[in-house]
Design a protein around this ligand. Structure first.
Ligand code: NAD
Ligand code: ZN
Ligand code: ZN
Length: 342
């Protein structure tokens, strides 16, 4: 079968590999669609040894059941499934509570992170990782598993602060951010302020329900402050889906006293929470560092999509153009989500 594999730092190769074997509790999935996440670029940029190689990338996967391991029940060949990508230990306190994204034993365990992912004709996954999709389109479903799930989880963590009439700033309206705007629109009554450096991303945010669109630039903080009011007021919640120095600084400067900062993006920037008492983040503010989400939350994200309330803005690529899709993503030329369709 074909697979797009990380073979060393910065190198993604389309190669022929054997179709994976499955164990008794696994399912062999015929991959239908895989979202190209910005995290894959971080994986490509990571130093040698940070991730196993060779590694088939792709952690936003939807497909159809091809073959069942002998102990698997509840699935039949041809059925459509989304892959919950996290592989927790299943035994620690967090995993036992269904919070595998907080596993205390396995750091960053995941399909397409610690073992072969979905950028291939087939992927082997434990049956426990599959969720039913019914008749949801696979190309729509793939981005739900991360671009949808991660902001959904971030919004769940922030939910106590997202009272009707409050204000949420979403920074970075790409794959994750454009889903965040829709999840806020569908599940809260907050005013959404979208921030991006790209005009087309801001247009998309406005179409999806953001009340205000603020270009990223030298006056971003002033423009947001004009909407939220001066400190100690401000944004009740800020979800930063970029995570570079500039966006973290914007987030710090616009969050209200008692507000909630959600650091989703992994752009490599630094946020000093309290470099000094005078320069602290606002009093009573909290900072969360969400990671992906839970299996139960993914089921809720799928339900939102099935109800017509969440729709990925998708640009399709065949597998042999996966490398090009990531090049365009790196250049900021993808709007919404690039999805590799098999
Ligand atoms: P993306 O490339 O699809 O979107 C990024 C968006 O940010 C684009 O619209 C871009 O124009 C905008 N942007 C870039 N620099 C900006 C700046 N300085 N100011 C304002 N806007 C800016 O990326 P994505 O796939 O949505 O991922 C976003 C980030 O989230 C990545 O760092 C990714 O690794 C991370 N991520 C984290 C988790 C998690 O569990 N915490 C999960 C998935 C992705
Ligand atoms: Zn991802
Ligand atoms: Zn665990």
């Amino acid at each position: 079968m074909r697979a797009a594999r990380l073979t060393g730092p910065g190198t993604l190769d389309l190669v022929e590999v054997p179709t994976p074997e499955i164990g008794p509790e696994d399912v062999l999935l015929a991959v239908g669609a895989v979202g190209a996440c910005h995290s894959d670029l971080h994986i490509l940029d990571a130093p040698a040894g940070a991730f196993p190689t060779p590694l088939t990338l792709g952690h936003e996967i939807a497909g159809r059941v091809e073959r069942l391991g002998e102990a698997v029940t509840g699935w039949r060949p041809g059925e459509a499934a989304a892959v919950y990508g996290i592989l927790g230990c299943g035994q620690c306190r967090a995993c036992l509570r269904g919070q595998e994204n907080r596993c205390r034993t396995v750091p960053l365990g995941g399909i397409g992170l610690s073992r072969d992912g979905g950028l291939a004709d087939y992927v082997a996954v434990p049956a426990s990782r599959l969720l039913k999709l019914g008749d949801l389109d696979l190309v729509q479903a793939a981005p739900l598993t991360d671009a949808g799930l991660t902001p959904y989880h971030a919004i769940e963590l922030a939910r106590p602060a997202l009272r009707p009439g409050t204000c949420c700033v979403v920074i970075g309206i790409g794959g994750l951010g454009h889903m965040a705007v829709q999840i806020l629109a569908a599940t809260t009554a907050v005013t959404v302020i979208a921030v991006d450096s790209d005009a087309a991303a801001l247009d998309l945010a406005t179409r999806l329900g953001a009340r205000h669109a603020v270009p990223a630039g030298p006056d971003t903080v002033d423009r947001i402050r004009a909407l939220t009011g001066p400190a100690p007021d401000g944004a009740d919640v800020v979800i930063d889906c970029v995570g570079v120095d500039a966006t973290l600084e914007t987030a710090r400067q616009v969050v209200a006293t008692g507000g909630h900062l959600s650091l989703v993006g992994l752009g490599g920037g630094t946020l000093a929470v309290r470099p000094s008492v005078a320069a602290s983040i606002p009093l009573e503010a909290s900072v969360r560092v969400p990671f992906w989400g839970t299996r139960a939350e993914l089921q809720e994200v799928i339900a939102l999509a099935a109800a017509g309330l969440l729709h990925a803005d998708v640009r399709r690529f065949p597998l042999d153009e996966a490398v090009r899709a990531y090049q365009l993503l790196r250049r900021g030329e993808i709007h919404g989500r690039a999805v590799i369709v098999l």
